[in-house]
Structures are given as C-alpha cells and as structure tokens.
Ligand binder design. Sequence first.
Ligand code: PAF
Length: 301
Amino acid sequence: MNDGFVLIYLFTLQPDFLYKMQVIKEIKELRSILDEKRGKGLRIGFVPTMGALHAGHLSLVTEAGNQSDVVVVSIFVNPTQFNDKADLERYPRTLEADVLLLKQTPCELVFVPEVDEIYPEPDTRNFNFGSLEQVMEGQFRPGHFNGVAQVVSRLFDIVKPDKAFFGMKDFQQVAIIKAMVKMLGIPVEIVPCPIVRENDGLAMSSRNMLLDPQQRANAPHIAATLFEAVTKAGQLSVEELKKWVVDRVNENPYLNTEYFEIVDDETLQPVSSWEQRGAKVGCIAVHCGKIRLIDNVVFNR
Ligand code: PAF
C-alpha cells in the first residue's frame, strides 16, 4: 500500500484512535486537566447535555470542535430542572452508547458526575429572569429554568469554558442562559446552534426515543404544521395564525398542544401584530401521550 492509500484507509475507519477521549467523574480531576490545558493557551469549548445523545447533540460537539481546541461534553440528568418527578424518572439514560458516540467526535473530555458531586448540598439559589421566564416553558414548567440556571452556572464554574454550545430547539433556554451569564458576569460566549431535524421534519430530541411507533409516526405533524404556518403568515393575523396552528396540531389524535406562542426573538414576549419590529419566533409544546415535545420556527417578517 502506498502512503496516500494508507491515509485514505485510516480516515475511513471510525477514528477512535484519532480522538483520545477521557471519561471523568470528579470535579477535582476535570479541573486539574483543564487548568493544564488552559495554561498552554488552549481554548475550551463546552457542550452541556443530559445524555441520550443524538445527531443534534453531535452537531453541537462538531461545532465546538470547529471553534475550540479542547471539547468538553457533560452528561448529567439534572434533577433540579424537572418539575415533574415522573418525567425525571422516565428521562432516557444511555451512558454506554453516549460514550461510544462521543468517541467518534472531537470530544476530548466527557464529564459524568453523580448528583452529589454537582450538589454536595441542596442548591437554594433563586434566579429572577423577570419576563423572560414568565412565558411558555417558564409558565408551564414552574421552577424549570431556575434548575437549568443552577446546573449550568455550576458547570460553567467547573469547566470555565471560553465558549458553550446550545441547540436552538430549546429557544427559551438559550435566552435564559444568555441572561444568566450576563447577570453573573461569567466570561463565556454562548453559541446558539441550529435545530437538527429527522428526515421527516421532527426536531431531534432525547425524548423522541420514548415515543412508541405510532406516536413516532405522528409526531412529525408538529413540524409540518409549523412549516405550513410560516407560509400562512401573510394571509392570517397573529391571533388567527395561533388558533390555526393549535387546531391543526390537535386534529391529529396523538397530539395535544399545551401552548403555541408567537414571540419577539429577544424579549420573548408575545407579539400581537406582524407589524411589530423585530424577528418573531413561533414556539410550541405538544403532548404526545405522556411525552412532551417542543419545537419552534422563525417567521421572517
Ligand atoms: O438542554 C439540556 O439538555 C439541559 O437543559 C442542560 C442545558 C444540559 C442543563 O441540564
């Protein structure tokens, strides 16, 4: 084999050996590795996750690899952000598969702490995000964003990343995290990344694996409705369109809309007219049996 052929062959292998990855459970160990890397002037990119990884997460890891020298991924199902105990228990946990997937990405360090490691004592901090948290997810999942802020601020304190990568499926979460970083003066750049969808349009989510085959077959109706709504925005008023979306989603017997709101992309406050200034985003939460799915779409108006 000539050298060129060997190289091509090596790159067709799953490149386990190209990316050396360490799985770390303790804060102390992670901090000491990262201190050393930071001391060499390397830039740290961070992707916080709750595991059950899918191509959406992997796109964040890839982007972190493009924009940083060292990529850290955390896998931690954070109990404080679940306002529903059954939802926490049901949340998928697939650590072995997650680690195998990450081995094929630029991830160098996987942080998989136990609950006691993150919360040696109960976190009693109360964040106030004002109107940002009084709508949509904040309204329907009380305490959820307080828990997200608790864990993400704690993880930022441990990892001290230069950049952190978040998916835009959790549109409101990104706004809350940006506000938290500003509020606490954390020197990290928040990098929002596009929603990744299945071929049938369903937004990728760890919760999708909890859907039974019939629910899974019907769930893409959510994204299809959002895409159709974008084409109708010129013909219907904001209020008419909101009603149209809810009725259309609920026509499907497997789906039950919790909310559909059209909001300003910065203030997250509901808009009442297309004439209002600023970009507008349609955000939806839908129950598919016991599984709650969220999605959103940008209205270019
Ligand atoms: O988006 C998530 O998976 C979680 O909310 C996060 C940001 C990892 C915090 O637990």
